[in-house]
Design a protein around this ligand. Structure first.
Ligand code: SAM
Length: 231
């Protein structure tokens, strides 16, 4: 058994390639996860020895898959992954974190205020809830990590993606199998061209993504919002 499961991984040299001059913000977030994150049960102490390699870097490199000035919704952010590392690496993005659990959104608000990250908004709720759909604008990209199998993820993500926008889900080895199993159902939800992509190829373990595109013609079929009423 590991004698010291809580020892936090020191910042690896490669982190500067991912976060550039904003690396101190990533280190601040790492400290918050190590301290309050563990105390409040938001991240397991056994994750700390791989905090950078498995979590911060793997999520930060997602920035390679997202174009300039995009709007992003991260579904099921938990303690902030991948949304917070992405917001640190890419201050040009406008990111909304959607998370239902209060103790997680409380921590996320604290991270956003402490770093600070003015490009991040936290919304408490489930992605499929009417109140959440009303509260957020559809985004260019909807991200997620470890939230649900592909079909359910597509069901929750599709209404939040603008026509022509993309679903970008961080997945592990299961990515190709999930596409083979679910692509027809996902296509019926209005998301097509599913592919497996990789980013962070400079990392020991690159990040595997499932990427799909929302149909161009996808109308916002959700409950009417202020912007709809204006048009
Ligand atoms: C296994 S955790 C993953 C958290 C984080 N994405 C990560 O990779 O560390 C799944 C998260 O999804 C959230 N979640 C579950 N169902 C959801 C839904 N319908 N909408 C939004 N978030 C949801 C949970 O509260 C939880 O924080």
């Amino acid at each position: 058994m590991d004698d010291n499961p809580g020892a936090s991984e020191p910042t690896p040299a490669i982190a500067v390639e991912v976060f550039g001059p904003r690396l101190p913000l990533a280190e601040h977030y790492a400290r918050m996860l190590t301290d309050e994150g563990v105390l409040r049960g938001l991240i397991g102490p056994r994750e700390l020895p791989q905090l950078w390699t498995r979590h911060l870097l793997n999520c930060g490199v997602l920035s390679e898959a997202i174009g300039p000035d995009a709007t992003v919704i991260d579904i099921g952010s938990g303690a902030g992954l991948p949304g917070i590392p992405l917001a640190i690496a890419r201050p040009d993005l406008r990111i909304t974190l959607i998370e239902p659990l209060l103790r997680r959104t409380t921590f996320l608000e604290e991270v956003v205020a402490a770093l600070p990250l003015p490009n991040v908004t936290v919304v408490r709720g489930r992605a499929e809830e009417r109140a959440v759909l009303k509260a957020v604008e559809r985004a260019d990209v909807v991200t997620s990590r470890a939230v649900a199998p592909l079909e359910r993820l597509a069901k929750w993500s599709a209404p939040l993606i603008r026509g022509g926008g993309r679903l970008v889900a961080l997945k592990g080895k299961s990515a190709a199998d999930e596409i083979a199993r679910d692509w027809e159902k996902v296509m019926r939800l209005g998301i097509r061209d599913l592919t497996v992509e990789q980013c962070g190829t400079m990392l020991e373990t690159p990040t595997t993504l499932i990427v799909g595109r929302r149909n161009e013609s996808a109308r916002d079929s959700r409950v009417s919002r202020k912007s709809d009423r204006r048009n």
